[in-house]
Design a binder for this molecule. Structure first.
Ligand SMILES: [Zn+2]
Length: 170
């Protein structure tokens, strides 16, 4: 049969979307030594934001991938439990939301190992995903990741421009 299989087309999703969420909380504020005001901004996620997003996703039965720094994962354990209870994927996002372009090899290995282990400790499996904070990779980040995980990596680089044309930081 030639042409469009309309039965398939009617049942198949018209668009597939990968919905991902960064739940950074106060991780990068701790690393940077931010002021109390900036800390209070970062507390919005664990106090309010994550719960609202989880409720919205649950109401629509939408699965998502949550990129969560190890510090957030182990500090805000109610959020970690709620993410997993909601059937969402947990993926690696550093420990203190580090800029991997600024890390040396030993630091990269340590941060990746520690943050990958934090995900494994709560899910029982190695994470399948990693998102570099700020979309920033060091020259050896992916090689370190390959070595630690023994996995082939699919590298996806995305930037989102805001109305001013400047790249948004993830
Ligand atoms: Zn982030």
């Amino acid at each position: 049969m030639r042409g469009v299989d309309y039965h398939f087309a009617m049942d198949a999703p018209r668009l597939t979307v990968a919905l991902t969420i960064d739940h950074d909380a106060i991780s990068d504020s701790i690393r940077r030594g931010d002021s109390p005001v900036k800390f209070s901004h970062a507390e919005f996620g664990p106090r309010v934001g994550a719960k609202r997003i989880l409720e919205l996703l649950a109401s629509r039965a939408i699965p998502a991938t949550w990129f969560v720094p190890g510090h957030t994962l182990t500090t805000f354990t109610d959020d970690t439990d709620a993410i997993l209870a909601g059937g969402h994927e947990l993926a690696c996002h550093g420990w203190f939301h580090e800029d991997f372009a600024e890390l040396g090899l030993d630091q990269t290995r340590d941060v990746l190992g520690r943050s990958l282990e934090a995900v494994r400790a709560v899910t029982g499996a190695a994470p399948a995903g990693f998102r570099a904070p700020y979309w920033s990779l060091g020259t050896q980040t992916l090689d370190r990741l390959r070595t630690i995980t023994s996995r082939r990596l699919l590298e996806v680089r995305v930037s989102v421009d805001d109305v001013d044309g400047t790249a948004e930081r993830a």
